[in-house]
Write a protein that binds this ligand. Structure first.
Ligand code: NAP
Length: 276
C-alpha cells in the first residue's frame, strides 16, 4: 500500500498553530489524501529534523518562527521571491530529490488585502512596521504593486535601513526609526512587528493615517489585536488582522505541493465564525 503523503509545520513555539487545521480543511475540500501535523522544532534541531522528515517520506514542510532564515539556507533551490526575501516558509520535495524553498507570506498578504478586502495598493503610501522575517517576505510583492512609496520603520533603526537598502533597486523604499515618522502620512500601515503578541503597539505619532486609511496587523488572535484596536480608535476605514493572510499563504503552499488551489473564502469564514 502506498503511504499517505506527509506534510508538517516546524517551529517553536508551535502548539497553537492553526496550520494543521487549515490544511486538513483544504485536503477535505479538494479531496486530497494527506496528513499534516505540527512539530516543535527549535533552531538547533532544524537541520537534523528536516533531514529526518524528508528521509522518512515527507513531501513538504512549512517553517515558521524562528526557522525561516534557516530554511532559506537549507533549501537546494529557491524561487525569486524567496531568494530576495532571505526567508523560506515552504519547502517542497522535488522529483529529483532536491528541496525547493519558497516564501508564500507576501502573496498571502496581498491576496487577503487586495482580493478579500479590496484594498488598493497602486499609488498608495505604505508603511511597514518591523524589520524581521515577516517584513522581509512582504516587501517585494508590495513594491511590485507600484506603490507611491514604501517606508520600513523599526525599533532597531539599523535593521530597517539595511533591509530597505536590499530592495532599493526594486522601487521607492526607505528605512527609518519610529521617531522619524513624525509629519508623514500613510494610506496603509502594516504591522509586521510581534508587538501585538505582548499586547503593545509601536510608538506612532498622531495624524499618521491619511483619510480613508487602512491598518493591517500580521498577527491575529481570538480577540482584536492591540494594533487592530489602535486602527479602530483612529477611525480607519478597515482595521484587519492576519487570519486571512494565514489562510492565503497556506493555500499557496498547498498549491505548490499538490497542484490544486483550495477555495479560501469558506475556510476564512469558518475560522472567523469560530472566534466570534
Ligand atoms: P521577527 O523576525 O522576530 O521580527 C519581530 C519584529 O518585531 C522586529 O522588527 C522587532 O524589532 C519587532 N518588535 C518586537 N517587539 C516589539 C515591540 N514591543 N515594539 C516594537 N517592535 C517590536 O518576527 P516575524 O517572523 O517577522 O513576525 C512578526 C509578526 O508577524 C508576528 O506577530 C507573526 O506572528 C506575524 N506573522 C503572521 C503571518 C500570517 O500569516 N498572518 C505570517 C508571518 C508572520 P527589533 O528588530 O527592534 O527587535
Amino acid at each position: 500500500m502506498t503511504p499517505i503523503d506527509h506534510y508538517a509545520v516546524f517551529g517553536s513555539p508551535i502548539k497553537h498553530s492553526k496550520s494543521p487545521r487549515i490544511h486538513k480543511l483544504f485536503a477535505e475540500q479538494t479531496l486530497q489524501s494527506l496528513i499534516y501535523d505540527a512539530q516543535e522544532v527549535n533552531a538547533e534541531q532544524f537541520s537534523s529534523s528536516v533531514s529526518h522528515f524528508f528521509a522518512n517520506g515527507g513531501k513538504g514542510l512549512n517553517c515558521t518562527l524562528p526557522l525561516k532564515e534557516l530554511a532559506w539556507r537549507f533549501a537546494d533551490k529557491k524561487t525569486e521571491r524567496a531568494e530576495l526575501s532571505k526567508a523560506v516558509n515552504t519547502l517542497a520535495l522535488q522529483p529529483d530529490g532536491s528541496l525547493l524553498g519558497d516564501n508564500t507570506d507576501g502573496v498571502g498578504l496581498l491576496t487577503d488585502l487586495m482580493n478579500n478586502h479590496l484594498v488598493k495598493l497602486k499609488d498608495q503610501n505604505v508603511l511597514i512596521l518591523g524589520a524581521g522575517g515577516a517584513s522581509r517576505g512582504i516587501i517585494l510583492p508590495i513594491l511590485e504593486q507600484n506603490v507611491a512609496s514604501l517606508v520600513i520603520a523599526n525599533r532597531t533603526i539599523d535593521k530597517a535601513i539595511n533591509l530597505a537598502n536590499e530592495f532599493v533597486h526594486k522601487g521607492a523604499i526607505n528605512g527609518c526609526g519610529f521617531d522619524d515618522l513624525a509629519h508623514q502620512q500613510f494610506d496603509l500601515i502594516i504591522n509586521a512587528t510581534s508587538s501585538s503578541l505582548s499586547n503593545e503597539i509601536p510608538p506612532l505619532p498622531e495624524n499618521i493615517l491619511s483619510n480613508n486609511g487602512v491598518c493591517y496587523d500580521l498577527a491575529y488572535g481570538n480577540e482584536p489585536t492591540s494594533f487592530v484596536r489602535w486602527g479602530q480608535k483612529n477611525k480607519v476605514i478597515k482595521s484587519l488582522d492576519g487570519l486571512g493572510m494565514l489562510v492565503e499563504q497556506a493555500a499557496e503552499a498547498f498549491f505548490i505541493w499538490r497542484g490544486v488551489r483550495p477555495i479560501t473564502k469558506e475556510i476564512i469564514e469558518l475560522l472567523n465564525s469560530e472566534r466570534g
